[in-house]
Design a protein around this ligand. Structure first.
Ligand SMILES: C[S@@+](CC[C@H](N)C(=O)[O-])C[C@H]1O[C@@H](n2cnc3c(N)ncnc32)[C@H](O)[C@@H]1O
Length: 259
């Protein structure tokens, strides 16, 4: 896999340089173009990532960007049934206002839904590429004149950080304990034919899978005031070594809660 970076619009040079420095990606040069598998692109619509695999289906070649105005995200935000499980899992309304540490933020959709439910979100993302997409999505959202969106965005603070390091700092007393830690790592697929959505398939191609998610869950356990919530694929739990206190089932994913 080889990701390259391209900027096709007039942007603040400091912003472009910051993305280059953080991601350390090579620039898309025409002579190397056929070896590049994915493109991080800064254009008029913002920063996006896409697969250049000519064998991928048309849908999979569409760019993925963090868009907090996305219609599907707002549909999920506005229909309680779509996030009832998440609200139950974090224990919404038990402790208000709730501080949630989303330690594996990814494309920030769960974080956005939690913030829209009134939670204060600290978001960690270790991948420089995914962090850059998130940061760009937040920057774009801040420029949109939409009071409701701005109120949600202002509850979300993003850090380029590794969750294990953050947990160590909590244990050392250098960082405050959140009420809830939310984890949604890249679990290996349950089956070879697992059907995943385009954006998640792209993350899997670029990031691979987190083989150490059990140790991440273990490390999180002493770091939250109230609970650790783990989102796992599949409607219900597999029998495994980890024994959650309870489970909130769902249609495509379930939540395991360690309290
Ligand atoms: C499945 S995605 C999360 C999707 C997210 N819940 C959403 O709604 O978009 C998992 C993300 O966790 C990040 N991640 C995995 N382990 C991490 C760690 N130890 N520290 C910080 N980020 C991590 C990965 O880079 C990836 O972007």
């Amino acid at each position: 896999m080889k990701i390259a970076f391209v900027c096709t619009e007039e942007y603040d040079p400091d912003y472009v340089e910051a993305i280059k420095q953080l991601t350390q990606l090579p620039l898309m040069e025409s002579e190397e173009a056929d070896t590049v598998t994915h493109l991080l692109s800064l254009d008029a619509s913002g920063l996006s990532l896409k697969s250049l695999d000519s064998k991928a289906g048309e849908n999979h070649k569409l760019p993925t960007r963090v868009d907090f105005l996305d219609a599907a995200l707002h549909y999920r935000k506005n229909s309680f049934g779509k996030h009832q499980g998440l609200a139950k899992a974090v224990g919404l309304n038990k402790h208000e206002p709730m501080q949630v540490l989303d330690a594996t933020t990814g494309l920030g959709r769960d974080a956005f839904i939690l913030a829209s439910m009134g939670c204060q979100l600290t978001m960690l993302e270790q991948s420089p590429v995914i962090y850059s997409l998130l940061n760009d999505g937040l920057k774009r959202a801040e420029t949109i004149e939409d009071g409701e969106l701005l109120n949600i965005i202002r509850q979300m603070s993003l850090h380029h950080a590794n969750a294990q390091d953050w947990f160590t700092e909590i244990k050392l007393g250098a960082k405050a304990k959140p009420d809830v830690i939310y984890l949604d790592p890249m679990f290996p697929p349950r089956s070879k034919n697992a059907n995943v959505k385009k954006d998640i398939a792209l993350l899997q191609e670029v990031l691979g899978f987190d083989e150490d998610s059990d140790s991440l869950i273990e490390a999180a356990k002493d770091c939250a005031k109230h609970r650790v919530v783990v989102k796992k694929p599949g409607s219900k739990a597999d029998k495994g070594a980890m024994k959650p206190n309870f489970i909130v089932p769902g249609k495509t994913a379930h939540f395991e809660i360690y309290a």
